[in-house]
Design a protein around this ligand. Structure first.
Ligand SMILES: Cc1cc2nc3c(=O)[nH]c(=O)nc-3n(C[C@H](O)[C@H](O)[C@H](O)COP(=O)(O)OP(=O)(O)OC[C@H]3O[C@@H](n4cnc5c(N)ncnc54)[C@H](O)[C@@H]3O)c2cc1C
Length: 405
């Protein structure tokens, strides 16, 4: 059997390694659209003191040892589903019995008055990060569009370099989609303390060729770099061209299988039904989900029929703060707060029937990690924990696990 994996990001690499861990002995082709060896993305927005470095995933030695054929700097152009072949930009054709699409996502482009804004820069790849951090210096004017995770992490990094950082968010608050308002307010306060200037609830009217940003209220913001962090779009074009079913990403079933049983999709590019959340189709952009789904897709391609149902988990580091979110709070009707210390707290999000759906924690360093870990296990067990226990920081959440069904 031959397995081809398109995309050598977190998900594709993990899938290729998992195939060997599962004892698969056939050919594995891993199509890497980038010229670099496969690398981790989270460090790109939170580099070490030495600057941005390329942190390999798995390591090329491991790929070689595992006899994984890495096709670098090669783009998969099309999938011939009848012939079961993938055509690459270097004119190679890769035959497959099973195919995994792990093409990830790309930044949503900044569009004003129906036109792309060519002055806007983005952060998705190592090359993007290198180009950005190489020019940031004290008094450099960085204007960030979008108060999401990427924009805020870059704001924190740029302040370490002494840059003049302005962040514009058109919604009424930062982190509107993913983070409860009270935690988002603490994060904003931390950024203000560090010297970031915010324009919240403000829309952009124009960006001049010399990168002067004008807001709709007439405010002018001169900028050396305009960085847009306004969300991502799943890379679905290959699947679309192959006429696979699409819906907020490449639509897959619980086994991460697309509408063609020989083709799977996983990671940032796919949307899947989540058993913990009424089988709603969701798309997750998270490092851990990309790994877990790569693992899951590998097992599914080798015959497992288990449904993917890992609890979504995400983290973000900004200054000394760490945010962690386990689960999805979209259907929650009640929030219970657990104050761990002066700076750390966790919000538990409960459904109307008392079931724990999600937990969002913010604190310095590792202060919330342990409780979020237990919350994640309780979410997986569909537990309905006693609210007084959740609110009491002295109560050990671990002890709830044995009583949860
Ligand atoms: C700057 C940054 C910081 C992040 N920080 C965090 C964090 O703190 N916490 C967290 O949980 N998550 C974070 N993430 C998200 C996390 O990195 C992603 O969810 C994860 O990388 C997704 O993995 P993936 O393999 O699905 O996609 P990707 O990592 O996007 O990899 C997909 C690969 O496929 C390639 N590709 C696409 N189309 C083709 C084609 N036709 N042919 C060949 N190759 C192709 C792409 O070039 C890319 O290399 C961050 C992401 C970014 C960009």
């Amino acid at each position: 059997m031959r397995i081809v994996i398109i995309g050598a990001g977190e998900c594709g690499v993990r899938a290729s390694l998992a195939l060997r861990e599962q004892g698969f002995d056939g050919a594995i082709d891993l199509v890497n659209g980038e010229a670099h060896i496969p690398y981790e993305r989270p460090p790109l927005s939170k580099p070490s003191a030495d600057g941005v470095a390329l942190k390999p995933i798995g390591g090329t030695d491991r790929l070689l040892e595992d006899r994984i054929a890495l096709h670098s700097d090669s783009i998969a152009l099309s999938i011939d589903r009848d012939a079961r072949e993938v055509a690459l930009s270097n004119h190679e054709r890769l035959p497959y019995d099973k195919l995994l699409i792990a093409t990830g996502a790309r930044p949503r482009p900044l569009v004003l008055n129906g036109n792309d804004v060519p002055q806007a820069r983005y952060l998705r790849s190592y090359d993007d990060a290198k180009a950005l951090y190489d020019v940031i210096s004290p008094d450099f004017r960085l204007t960030i569009l979008g108060g999401g995770f990427i924009g805020l992490e870059i704001a924190a990094e740029a302040r370490k370099y002494g840059a003049i950082v302005t962040l514009i968010e058109s919604a009424p608050r930062i982190l509107g989609r993913a983070v409860p308002a009270s935690l988002a307010a603490k994060i904003e306060a931390r950024h203000r303390m560090a010297g970031v200037t915010f324009h919240i609830g403000k829309a952009i009217a124009s960006v001049s060729a010399a990168r002067m940003i004008t807001l709709e209220d007439g405010t002018e913001i001169p900028s050396d770099v305009v960085l847009a962090g306004i969300g991502s779009l799943p890379n679905i074009e290959l699947a679309q061209k192959a006429e696979l079913t699409i819906g907020n990403g490449i639509a897959v079933n619980g086994m991460l299988q697309t509408s063609d049983p020989a083709i799977y999709a996983a990671g940032d590019c796919c949307s899947f039904p989540h058993p913990l959340y009424d089988n709603k189709h969701i798309r997750i952009e998270s490092w851990r989900a990309a790994q877990e789904q790569g693992d899951h897709a590998a097992k599914a391609m080798l015959g497992s029929t288990d449904a993917y149902q890992a609890v979504p988990w995400f983290w973000s580091d900004q200054y000394d703060l760490t945010l962690q979110i386990a689960g999805l709070a979209m259907d929650a009707t009640e929030e219970i707060e657990r104050k761990i210390d002066e700076q750390a707290s966790i919000l538990f999000h409960l459904a109307a029937d008392g079931r724990l759906l999600a937990a969002s924690g913010l604190g310095i360093g590792n202060s919330i990690a342990r409780d979020i870990r237990f919350a994640e296990m309780l979410i997986a067990k569909r537990a309905k924990p006693d609210k007084t226990f959740l609110a009491d920081p002295a109560f050990k959440l671990k002890s709830l696990l044995s009583s949860a069904v």
